[in-house]
Each structure stands twice: as structure tokens, then as C-alpha cells.
Design a protein around this ligand. Structure first.
Ligand code: IMP
Length: 379
């Protein structure tokens, strides 16, 4: 069984938590896009971890391997920090980490360029845009370029960090070299960011620079992996970091209240997130463009106690392209709220509305940060 877990909105939907929980059922968890701009928050044994580059693997399960795919742009120093940190709790974990030599390197100059040129987008300043720009402009460096005759090239400036990673047991390789192994394994592809931040289908130019849709999996060299299900993850409300259209955005006190309740501050940057109500017009668009056929809804506990929950069910004009999100006019319905997100009867109306408007089945919901807070939705 192979699945993908994609962000269905603007990132920060709780993919890390979901992937972490599901990872025990798979042999490999594979990241295929983005870089250290992602902030995947995981709670393990009561401790909080944020993975920026490492897939959200539950390292407690020793059969699960992680792969950083060729569609990523990788800050090798950041990767070393994450591996060193993970090794403190899970000694030997480096041996379960594989990195595609076809992934491009985020160089120091890319982070400087990001800081000086991408403030108007609200970039995370992790060098992502400039690294992808050099890739597309054919002047980027791949990790494989740092190796000569199979060994890191000691004159490149990144060789020390590569040697450290190799010393920790990290394998640098190519996806195709493992095709037979992957075909005999179960794979979980973990997306970063979300479809509305995708370079092709997100709300341009307020996007990240990678393929956040199901297309990113193929672009990353995994065309041979057939997917059984593509899950989109969305919160039961909406958030966004950075600039750009956000049709259901709240302002003032209601926004402050929801932000505090949901602890909506960036995992990577600490920035306060913009907040608003769930937008089913945007979610439907994201399912269509992202190749999503099942949904996972998160953070129901945050809205516990609201008597009515507003939801945008449509725009006056159905969005079919990124520019349709500019000046979108949301049409809102109010759904009876819930006092206890763990009571399926109380959520049934909300979830059935989501399924009707997105034409996707909801398979899991989550109402907290614990593994036990993720529940199958069978209604
Ligand atoms: P960049 O990817 O750092 O260039 O940022 C471009 C836009 O995508 C900005 O609005 C960021 O806030 C947003 N962004 C990038 N990665 C994430 C993420 O993982 N979660 C939420 N927003 C993100």
C-alpha cells in the first residue's frame, strides 16, 4: 500500500502529526518537495520535535526508513543539525536516513538572497526560492556534484558537513537505484507546504517554489510508485503565513482569539499566522488541482464550545485558476458547533458538509497532539 499525505491549504495543516502517526504502518516515509521552510511539528513521548528537512517518521519504530527526494532543496548544515538532534534520543537513527544525490543544495548565498529580495512574499528566508531559481536557471548545484569518484569532493566548501552526515550513517544515493526495494515496500509520501502554495497551482506569486501537489512525487523520480490513496490534510478552520489573498480571513479580536486558542504561530519562523474560517471553495480547488481523493481534518478540539462554526461553502465564482482567488467573494454557512470534538455525533454535520462540497471522503480526524487524538472517521 502506498499513500501520499499532502497539505490541502497553505501549509501548517497538521501533516507532520498525521504522517508521524501513520508512519509505523510503512517501510519508508519520503519527502519529495520543499526544504527547511517546512516546519513539521511532532509530539513524541510528551516531547515536542520540529522537523524541517527530515520526514516526520516515528523513529520509535525501527523498521521505518526516511528518504529525502530529488525534488527537495537541501540545506546540508540544517540537515546535519536535525540528524544530530535525532541521534540524541534515537542513537543510530542516521542509518535509516537516505538522501537523493539529485536533490539541489541550498547554498549560503541563497539564504542571503532570500532575505534581501523575498520579504514581500513573506518568505521563511530559508533560501528556498533562490535555490529553485538557480535549479530552473540551470546554474544550481546538486548534492551529487559534491562527490568525485564516490567520495565527497574536499574542495567544495560543503564537504565537511557531508562527511559528518556520512559518519552518522546517512546514505547518499538515487531513487532509481532502490526501485526494486521501493516496489517491494510500502511507501508514505509526505508533502511539504500545501496545494495553495504550490508553484504551479497555488495563489501566485504568494507561493513557495516547489511542487506541493501529487505531481511532485512523479517529478521527484517516483513515477514507478503507484498510489493507493492521496490524502489532503486541512484544519477545521484556516491559517496562512505570509502575504497574499485569504478570502475567509478574520481580523481584530476574533482573529486574535482564534490565533491564541489554536496556538497559531509559525513552527519555522515563530510568526503569528493569519487565521480564518474553513474555506470549502479553496479546499475543493486544492483537491482537484492537488490530486487529492481523501481528506484528513485536524484541530477540532480548538473550536470546542463554539455554538456556531462559520464555513465558506462557495465563492460567487467557482475558482478554476490561481487568479480567481483575488477578490473572491465567499458565501458562508453557519454549522452547529460542538462541545466535545471526541463525540462523532456532534461533528457529523460539519464533516458531511465538507464531504458534500469537496466530493472527497473524510477518513481521519484529529483533535489534539497525541497519537490517541487521531481517529478514523467511519460515518
Ligand atoms: P518560502 O517557501 O520560504 O519562499 O515562502 C513562500 C511563502 O510560502 C511564504 O508565504 C511562506 O510563509 C509560505 N510557506 C513556506 N513554507 C511554509 C510552510 O511549511 N508552512 C506554511 N507556510 C509556508
Amino acid at each position: 500500500m502506498n499513500i501520499a499525505v499532502l497539505g490541502a491549504m497553505w501549509g501548517d495543516e497538521g501533516k507532520g502529526h498525521i504522517t508521524h502517526h501513520l508512519s509505523r504502518n510503512f517501510d519508508w516515509v519520503i519527502r519529495f518537495n520543499g526544504g527547511a521552510n517546512a516546519g513539521h511539528t511532532i509530539y513524541r513521548d510528551g516531547k515536542k520535535f520540529v522537523h524541517n528537512l527530515l520526514p516526520s517518521v516515528d523513529f520509535r519504530h525501527s523498521h521505518v526508513n526516511s528518504y529525502l527526494g530529488s525534488g527537495m532543496v537541501i540545506d546540508l548544515e540544517k540537515l546535519r543539525d536535525e540528524v544530530v538532534e535525532a541521534e540524541k534520543t534515537y542513537p543510530g537513527v542516521g542509518k535509516r536516513i537516505y538522501v537523493d544525490k539529485d536533490a539541489f543544495i541550498v547554498e549560503h548565498k541563497h539564504k542571503e538572497e532570500d532575505r534581501s529580495t523575498n520579504g514581500h512574499i513573506g518568505s521563511t528566508n530559508r533560501g528556498i526560492g533562490p535555490a529553485y531559481k538557480d535549479k530552473i536557471g540551470r546554474s544550481g548545484k546538486r548534492i551529487g556534484d559534491l562527490f568525485t569518484q564516490g567520495k565527497p569532493d574536499l574542495i567544495t566548501g560543503y564537504s565537511d558537513v557531508l562527511l559528518d552526515l556520512i559518519g552518522k550513517g546517512v546514505t547518499f544515493t538515487y531513487a532509481l537505484a532502490w526501485e526494486d526495494v521501493f516496489k517491494a515496500s510500502s511507501l508514505l509520501f509526505e508533502g511539504a507546504q500545501g496545494v495553495l502554495l504550490d508553484i504551479n497551482h497555488g495563489i501566485y506569486p504568494y507561493v513557495s517554489c516547489s511542487d506541493a501537489t501529487v505531481g511532485g512525487i512523479i517529478a521527484s523520480g517516483f513515477a514507478f510508485a503507484k498510489l493507493d490513496k492521496v490524502y489532503g490534510v486541512a484544519k477545521c478552520y484556516a491559517t496562512k503565513v505570509g502575504e497574499g489573498p485569504f478570502p475567509t480571513e478574520l481580523h481584530g479580536q476574533p482573529a486574535d482569539d482564534l490565533r491564541q486558542l489554536g496556538n497559531e504561530f509559525g513552527a519555522t519562523t515563530g510568526r503569528p499566522r493569519r487565521v480564518g474560517w474553513l474555506d470549502l471553495a479553496a479546499l475543493r480547488y486544492a483537491c482537484q488541482k492537488g490530486g487529492i481523493n481523501h481528506l484528513i481534518l485536524t484541530k477540532f478540539d480548538i473550536l470546542n464550545g463554539l455554538s456556531k462554526v462559520p464555513v465558506c461553502v462557495a465563492y460567487k465564482k467557482t475558482p478554476v485558476c490561481p487568479s480567481d482567488f483575488y477578490n473572491a467573494v465567499p458565501m458562508t454557512a453557519e454549522i452547529p458547533g460542538w462541545s466535545d470534538a471526541r463525540d462523532p455525533d456532534q461533528l457529523a454535520k460539519f464533516i458531511s458538509l465538507v464531504e458534500t462540497f469537496t466530493k472527497c471522503k473524510v477518513e481521519y480526524i484529529s483533535c489534539g497532539t497525541d497519537d490517541s487524538d487521531i481517529m478514523g472517521w467511519a460515518a
